[in-house]
Design a protein around this ligand. Structure first.
Ligand code: NAD
Length: 333
């Protein structure tokens, strides 16, 4: 525990969600006081209960959208803000692209104004989706962002995150806002839910039920998965270093794996007899869906800045998901 951090006050938007609740644990472990604003649209109180249980601290939950909660905060009430609230998940975005774009743009605009006004350092949770359909591998932070046609609803998420990034950097330039942009790649681990299209909890649940594991598309898509505990540990380190302010960082694993191989690994670690079944994207998301063949990060920048490494191997993450599933089968649904 760092003595410098003890007693600091943190605001985490989207803190009852998957990554947010792990970040709350990290901040509690640093001795901080944590306030969460979350409308519980995809997050859960039980995630915060688990975070508190592990560290014994207290998290104040304000059940609200971000923009509705902000007027109740007095000036400079927090020492740092972590903005993770967003409409997340391919399924959610494809089903309601308007909601995804509105949530991700308007709520972020509101919190950035708040942070600028109160001169509070802020970390913004962006996404590898901002690279769109860029073909370069691995993706570097200064690469061009290449999106598909706006008629293809999946791009609304990446586009909205890209607008957020521009807005955050504009506040940094105009107002001197200390802001860090963290572009998360595929993040996995306990408390992630399968119902919004997240691949690993879906695979683990199917394997444990002995049901077919459904791989969307060819299965030859290449991704890098990073355990959420590695991601959460990195975020305060980024925001606490003034050299990181005004910069963008990829946050992800460095072990590329095809989705088909991921399914095979889940079968092996669970000891399941499940078969692997391929399902065309058109059957899952409709005809206007495009996916990326390769999405892997270049993590040289975050390595150089904070010594980041993805320590937790995928096998251990899967083993932890199996344990979580045995304890509460409904948790990963
Ligand atoms: N999980 C990943 O692999 C991944 C990858 C890239 C980026 N991200 C980003 O990381 C952040 C966290 O994602 P996650 O995977 O934990 O998803 P999540 O759905 O578990 O977390 C998002 C949280 O935000 C809350 N929320 C949504 N709209 C809100 C609003 N208007 N006001 C207040 N709260 C609201 C939800 O209830 C939820 O708790 C998001 O910004 C997401 O875009 C995640």
């Amino acid at each position: 525990m760092s003595a410098i951090q003890t007693g600091r006050r943190f605001l985490v938007t989207g803190g009852a969600g998957f990554i947010g609740s792990h970040l709350c644990e990290t901040l509690l472990a640093l001795g901080g006081h944590v306030t969460v604003v979350d409308d519980l649209s995809t997050g859960r109180r039980s995630n915060l209960d688990a975070a508190q249980l592990n560290w014994g601290g207290k998290i104040d939950l304000i059940e609200s959208t971000v923009s509705a909660a902000l007027p109740s905060f007095t000036a400079r009430r927090f020492d740092a803000v972590y903005h993770l609230a967003a409409a997340v998940g391919v399924r959610l975005v494809v089903e309601d692209p308007a909601r995804a774009a509105e949530t991700n743009i308007f709520e972020t605009a509101a919190i950035l104004s708040f942070a600028s006004r109160t001169r509070t350092p802020i970390l913004f949770a962006s996404s590898s989706e901002v690279y769109g359909k860029g073909v370069r591998a691995p993706f570097k932070e200064d690469d061009d962002l290449v999106f598909g046609a706006p008629t293809v609803s999946r791009w609304s998420y990446g586009l909205s995150k890209a607008i957020d990034e521009q807005l955050a950097l504009a506040h940094a330039q105009r107002d001197g806002l200390p802001v860090v942009i963290a572009r998360f790649f595929n993040t996995v681990g306990p408390r992630q839910r399968g119902r919004y299209g997240m691949v690993l909890p879906r695979f683990v649940a199917a394997a444990l039920a002995g049901a077919p594991i459904q791989v969307h598309g060819s299965g030859r898509q290449v991704r890098c998965f990073c355990d959420v505990r590695d991601v959460a540990a990195a975020l305060p380190k980024l925001l606490d270093q003034s050299e990181c302010h005004g910069r963008v960082f990829n946050v992800g694993g460095d072990r590329p794996v095809t989705v088909e191989d991921l399914a095979a690994l889940v079968v092996r670690v669970t000891g399941s007899a499940s078969i692997i079944e391929h399902v065309p994207y058109s059957e899952v998301f409709g005809n206007a869906f495009e996916d990326l063949a390769i999405r892997v990060p270049d993590i040289a920048r975050i390595r150089a800045a904070i010594g980041f490494d993805a320590h937790i191997p995928l096998e251990r993450t899967i083993a932890d998901l199996i344990t979580e599933h045995a304890r509460a089968p409904e948790a990963a649904a």
